[in-house]
Design a protein around this ligand. Structure first.
Ligand code: SF4
Length: 458
């Protein structure tokens, strides 16, 4: 049993790369790092609901080694450790947590993330993790603490997977959390805001998750908590923005999978921001088919400085294979509308899928070079287990979670993917028009120019 005033440590595990980890993903960017929002939200919940004493250790932001991380854990002496694991570095994350478990074998450890949610039994069977918080982690963790404090059984808790008194593994179904306005504000005094930064938008970047879930069905995607969506009320969103500004945030990233998917909700949020005169630059994620001129004008008036758009490819064949539900000819006119509204357009691209031909890639390259885009973020098309894309290609893959292995049987697929990744990045950024566009920022922030160059040459 835990003491009434239990101490809970929320861990963003150390890694050699500066990765932003979230429930759905963990991605590396040499020149931006987002705050560990999921951990901050969880910490705020159990402090408010369970009266727990909490600590958030962002080993990535603090650039801690494993030894330094263990030292911080030792000093705090928690009753429970909760860690997030991301998709891309799941193998590294689990190995790190196993080493941690060897040092602190008596401290129960729970994890959450897309893979633990989808493969809870496999995780429990093959690791020393004690329990898994499935899907939205707030209620299962709160119920777990409540049960353990009172000596109640844990194997009936919705959204929890673990071992019962008899040692048998149980995996309980998850339940989505609808009342997002009831969540306490994430507490940014638990981390150092100076560490967080969105590329070319500046330091002290905080984050908001105003909606959960995404109604679209792109075949490669692991949406945050599923396809069913829930949203905070516009008033609550603006209260949270004001709170973040008071906490010292200089910019805000909306982490929502598709911020613009409910047009009337977005217009209400913008109206509320304008009515309350909340002045802070912010950015959000969107799709080309969920924006229009009127909406964009309102977004700009409300302080939106940047929209990150999932483009992925300019090949109709690839877009169809990914079930993206957009066509190449829709993309550039919509990007132009974003720019016309005075908002930066950033494009996400994915290259190197096992079905992508050189001709497909050439279309993407030509499309990106003629697109009205300020920045691009390129990823390699990876079929993650649990997605439809994975099922479509599972015969071509060697995949297992423990010990983690992800490889194409044909090794030339990933080799080509890396070449295309580098070609797209270099061809896009090493153009006078792009360098001129960011010239003054790069001159004022030479460290940024250096890290950008390093990222391009990786
Ligand atoms: S729109 Fe974005 S978040 Fe939604 S399913 Fe597609 S890739 Fe995923």
């Amino acid at each position: 049993m835990f003491p009434e005033n239990n101490k809970i440590l929320f861990l963003n595990p150390p890694h050699r790369l500066s990765i932003s980890r979230r429930y759905r993903c963990s991605y590396y960017s040499p020149n931006s790092l987002l705050p560990p929002h999921d951990l901050l939200q969880l910490a705020a919940c159990v402090r408010a609901w369970n009266h727990a004493t909490v600590s958030v250790v962002d080993a990535i932001a603090e650039k801690y080694t494993e030894e330094q991380t263990w030292e911080v854990i030792r000093k705090f002496a928690p009753d429970i450790i909760i860690s997030v694991t991301g998709l891309e570095f799941f193998g590294d994350d689990m190995e790190c947590l196993e080493r941690m478990r060897k040092i602190f074998p008596d401290i129960p450890c729970g994890i959450f993330g897309f893979y633990p949610t989808s493969f809870a039994e496999e995780v429990l069977r093959n690791s020393s993790v004690n329990f898994v918080l499935r899907c939205e982690p707030e209620m299962p963790l709160s119920d777990y603490i409540h049960a353990v404090q009172r000596g109640l059984p844990i194997n009936t808790i919705t959204g929890l997977a673990g071992r019962g008194d008899d040692g048998a593994i149980f995996v309980n179904g998850e339940q989505r959390f609808n009342e997002l306005d009831e969540l306490p504000f994430p507490d940014y005094t638990l981390v150092n805001l100076d560490h967080y930064d969105e590329a070319l938008l500046g330091k002290r970047c905080a984050a908001i998750l105003a909606t959960r879930g995404c109604p679209f069905s792109c075949s490669y995607c692991a949406p945050t908590y599923g396809h069913w969506t829930s949203a905070k009320s516009p008033k609550r969103v603006v209260e949270e923005m004001k709170y973040l500004i008071c906490s010292g945030a200089k910019s805000i990233r909306f982490l929502d999978d598709t911020f613009t998917c409910d047009r009337s909700w977005v217009l209400d949020v913008c109206k509320e921001i304008i009515r309350q005169n909340v002045v802070v630059p912010w950015s959000c994620l969107s799709r080309v088919d969920t924006v229009d001129q009127e909406l964009l004008v309102q977004l700009r008036k409300a302080g939106c400085k940047r929209i990150l758009v999932g483009i992925e490819s300019y090949s109709p064949r690839v877009l169809e294979h990914l079930n993206k539900r957009i066509t190449p000819d829709m993309i550039n006119p919509q990007l132009a509308l974003i720019r016309k509204a005075g908002i930066q357009a950033v494009g996400f691209f994915m290259v190197g899928g096992p079905f992508e031909t050189e001709e497909d890639f050439q279309k993407t390259l030509d499309g990106a070079l003629t697109a009205p885009l300020d920045l691009i973020i390129v990823g390699i098309m990876i079929p993650y287990a649990g997605t439809q894309f994975f099922e479509q290609h599972r015969e071509e893959l060697e995949f297992r979670l423990f010990p983690y292995k992800f490889e194409y049987k044909d090794s030339s697929v990933l080799r080509n993917a890396h070449k295309r990744y580098n070609r797209l990045y270099l061809r896009f950024y090493l153009r006078p028009s792009i360098l001129c566009r960011h010239f003054f920022y790069l001159i004022r922030h030479p460290w940024y120019a250096i890290s950008m160059l390093r990222g391009l040459l990786l």
